[in-house]
Ligand binder design. Structure first.
Ligand SMILES: [Zn+2]
Ligand SMILES: [Zn+2]
Length: 156
């Protein structure tokens, strides 16, 4: 392993477990340069953000959140989509889903119908009119789109 490791069954494992209050493995704790614990939930942060999570600080998490918020800037809160005409789809932060439009994996943002467990990429909602951001950032209704209050849908 490219990092310091204790041999299996080393007694010091118990004091480490106590120190980090380990009640289940795998657990990944991140320590700062001074040895202070940054988080004992680094595993979840890596699962969610990959290497972007480094160095696991609150500041880094705030940066990532800001980036995600920026990504969705200008996207409507609710849309209608022809693949799911029964209900409005709501812009939702997601840990992961399978897109009902293209079968691809999605995360971070999706349009979702909770009632029907329907999820779709924002890109797949906007695709028919090119780049989603352009569609909704332009003034007024994008061509071919009808907006009724907060809800926008592509006119068929
Ligand atoms: Zn998709
Ligand atoms: Zn639905």
């Amino acid at each position: 392993m490219p990092w310091l490791a204790l041999p299996f069954e080393d007694k010091r494992e118990q004091s480490l477990s106590r120190l980090f209050k380990v009640d289940g493995i795998p657990l990944l704790a991140a320590l700062g340069p001074t040895g202070k614990t940054v988080t004992i939930e680094a595993r979840g942060l890596i699962m969610a953000h990959g290497a972007d999570a480094f160095p696991f600080t609150d500041e880094r998490m705030a940066e990532i959140e800001a980036k995600f918020a920026d990504m969705a800037k200008g996207w409507p809160d609710k849309v209608k989509n022809r693949l799911h005409e029964e209900h409005e789809l709501v812009l939702t932060r997601s840990r992961g889903y399978t897109c009902d439009g293209c079968d691809g994996e999605g995360k971070v943002w999706g349009y979702n119908c909770e009632e029907c467990n329907f999820d779709i990429h924002p890109e797949c909602v906007f695709k028919a009119s090119g780049n989603g951001k352009e569609v909704v950032e332009e003034k007024g209704n994008p061509e071919g789109w009808v907006c009724d209050g907060d809800v926008c849908y592509k006119a068929s």
